[in-house]
Design a protein around this ligand. Structure first.
Ligand code: AMP
Length: 541
């Protein structure tokens, strides 16, 4: 027997219509590429998204066509998010940090028909226009006064919208229709396309907005520093529309000073981004001797958040940290770290050990650990295994590839490539990427714990642990350290610091200082490059 409820499809256009109708006056504030701060509202975003959908129709964009963006977090990018998906086309957000050959590859693979770009990225648009035959039109996301001279034929965003009507009959799509496309960072091989649907996006929006997830609400002023070209800015634009949160978009200003200005001027309560961005903000706050006054919550994910960073925000600035884990293939949110009633009243130091974990799954995502033997491992907080996930916002296949290529286990789970533990309370902790594990004497050394302990030292700005061949143990860790500006810690000093924080056999066999660490397109340390660089390195002991 079927229930007798309305079969309303879950559509992105409904999120925007809701924001327009019930939160129309709520502000959307952006730092623009041209410079000034731009103020608009959810109501105006909806009207301009309608104009954009008409303009795209005029340009010949049809349902299912891919429309690309190379752009910062701004109101125009937000309009593209809703207009392209809303009309039934697919928004392909491109990471501007991709190497040129990979950029050409993703545009060609996606067969993008129209390409929108911020003028910062004119060179990349030129490259795509010249080398990708699928691209029929390029649009500079600016006005006539700022149109770049060096890309003849480029259209201008404001001029494109101006003549169009402010209402659009958003189609009643099947909720499984593709809505957006994002390629994985591709640290090895070419990037792979993850194709989201309206259904997965709307369900994920409900999931992340929950109080025990990222807690996005109308009471919040939300600043996603996570780029809109990376996994739909963690789905925040959609959840903000659905909840009527004021949205503050940082444009190209991701440095500590620019972010602090926005936070202060707009009364931001909720920050979301990767650890490297927060390290810069914390350093800036320290240099100007300031603390955050309006921020209540900082969501940190995309890479492991060091305990020292959690402490800095919570003790130094009175903002609660939510450590979160996810990946492009999981829309991205899989787990979020919030405390349980049993943690109330325990000493702060003890809560830090829990908060450093990547958190508990949110409803909609199921987790399990599989050992090298193919068997499921216990959730005892100690046994590590290959992390697998499943749920309605987890990829079942990559774009234009067979489902088996996604790395799914035979019974429909997605193999994340992460190694993790899960404790009896359900807190998952990532110890490594499976291709980065350091295996010493048959046991895994957690490079994340090692790095986390190292960056807790005030003289260490960044740290990376890699496994190098060792005659007795198979592999042993080498720790690479970037010194903090103005600091000059010795190897012995760092070694002594680590000794009090790590089990003995996790101690690095050597510590080397480097000027910088190689960083990939999504801000992650490229361990493979480091292993190549240090391939000839030999431990002396
Ligand atoms: P991407 O698809 O580029 O977003 O990368 C996803 C990968 O980033 C995951 O599989 C993890 O290896 C890593 N990652 C994401 N969040 C965290 C976190 N909180 N702690 C440790 N690693 C993380």
């Amino acid at each position: 027997m079927f229930g007798l409820m309305m079969d309303e499809p879950l559509l992105i256009s409904r999120q925007l219509a809701f924001a327009q109708r019930f939160h129309g006056a709520v502000e959307v504030v952006s730092r623009t590429v041209e410079g000034p701060i731009h103020r608009t509202s959810w109501g105006a975003v909806a009207r301009r998204a309608a104009q954009l959908a008409h303009a795209l129709t005029r340009l010949g964009v049809k349902p299912g066509d891919r429309v690309a963006t190379i752009a910062w977090n701004t109101h125009r990018h937000l309009e593209l998010y809703f207009a392209v998906s809303g009309m039934g086309a697919v928004l392909h957000t491109i990471n501007p940090r991709l190497p040129p050959d990979q950029l050409v590859y993703v545009v060609s693979h996606a067969e993008d028909s129209v390409l929108f770009f911020d003028t910062t990225f004119t060179k990349l648009a030129q490259l795509a226009a010249a080398r990708c035959p699928s691209v029929r039109a390029v649009v500079a996301m600016t006005d006539a006064a700022h149109l770049p001279a060096d890309l003849p034929g480029a259209l201008e965003y404001e001029g494109l919208l101006a003549p169009e009507q402010e209402a659009f009959a958003w189609p009643e799509l099947d909720e499984r229709t593709a809505s957006s496309l994002c390629y994985t960072s591709g640290t090895s091989g070419f990037p792979k396309g993850v194709l989201y649907s309206h259904r997965s996006t709307v369900l994920h929006s409900y999931g992340i907005a929950m109080a025990d997830a990222l807690a996005i609400s109308a009471a919040d002023v939300t600043l996603p520093v996570v780029p809109m070209f990376h996994v739909n800015a963690w789905g925040i634009p959609y959840a903000a529309a659905m909840t009527g949160s004021k949205l503050v978009l940082p444009g190209p200003g991701m440095d500590g000073k620019s972010l602090l200005e926005l936070i202060d001027d707009e009364g931001v309560t909720s920050l979301l981004g990767v650890p490297t961005v927060w390290a810069n903000l914390l350093a800036h706050l320290k240099s100007v001797d300031r603390s955050l006054t309006t921020v209540r919550k900082v969501v940190i994910g995309g890479a492991a958040c060091p305990t020292s960073m959690i402490r800095a925000f919570e003790e130094g600035h009175g903002a609660r940290v939510v450590h979160a884990w996810g990946m492009t293939e999981t829309s991205p949110l899989g787990t979020a770290n919030v405390m349980l009633p049993k943690h109330q009243g325990i000493p702060y130091e003890a809560t830090l050990a829990v908060k450093a974990k990547q958190g508990r799954p949110i409803f909609g995502v199921d987790l399990r650990l599989i050992g090298d033997d193919g068997l499921e491992k216990p959730h005892d907080g100690a046994t590590s295994g290959h992390l697998q996930v499943r749920g309605p916002w987890v990829a079942s296949a990559y774009f234009k590839q067979e489902p088996t290529d996604v790395g799914t286990h035979a019974d429909g789970w997605f193999a994340t490539g992460d190694i993790a533990t899960i404790d009896p309370d359900g807190y998952m902790q990532i110890t490594d990427r499976s291709k980065d594990v350091i295996k010493s004497g048959g046991e895994w050394v957690s490079s994340i714990d090692l790095e986390n302990a190292a960056v807790g030292h005030p003289g260490v700005a960044q740290a990376a642990a890699i496994g190098l061949a060792h005659p007795k143990w198979g592999e042993r860790p080498l720790l690479l350290v970037v010194r903090a500006p103005g600091a000059d810690p010795s190897r012995e000093e760092i070694g002594a610091w680590l000794e009090t924080r790590l089990v003995k056999w996790w101690m690095p066999d050597a510590i080397e200082f480097v000027e910088a660490l190689p960083i990939g397109a999504t801000g992650k340390i490229l361990k493979r490059t480091l292993r190549e660089q240090f391939a000839e390195y030999r431990f002396t002991t």
